[in-house]
Write a protein that binds this ligand. Structure first.
Ligand SMILES: [Zn+2]
Ligand SMILES: [Zn+2]
Length: 83
């Protein structure tokens, strides 16, 4: 089951489970669309994998299977790691 992390690892913007701005890699590193398509160029900076749109969980399922509230953030941000 997806964790549905609540924020972008790069810029810490909120990415609620109903957002269509969230992209994830296969490890669920989570980024907003502007970071993913901008500084990251569609690649996860942690694992090098592709970033794809995160599917949204239906609201009635969210109450039983809530999204993660554990924020993950890259301390140094993403701009410094981009090549
Ligand atoms: Zn971002
Ligand atoms: Zn990754």
């Amino acid at each position: 089951m997806l964790q549905l992390r609540p924020n972008c690892e790069c810029c810490n913007t909120d990415l609620p489970p109903e957002s269509n701005e969230a992209l994830i890699c296969s490890f669920e590193c989570t980024f907003c669309r502007s970071c993913a398509e901008g500084v990251l160029g569609g690649r996860c900076p942690n694992c090098g994998g592709e970033l794809v749109a995160r599917p949204r969980r239906p609201p009635d399922k969210l109450s039983k299977y809530p999204a993660s509230t554990n924020r993950v953030i890259k301390e140094q941000g993403c701009a410094s790691t981009a090549t």
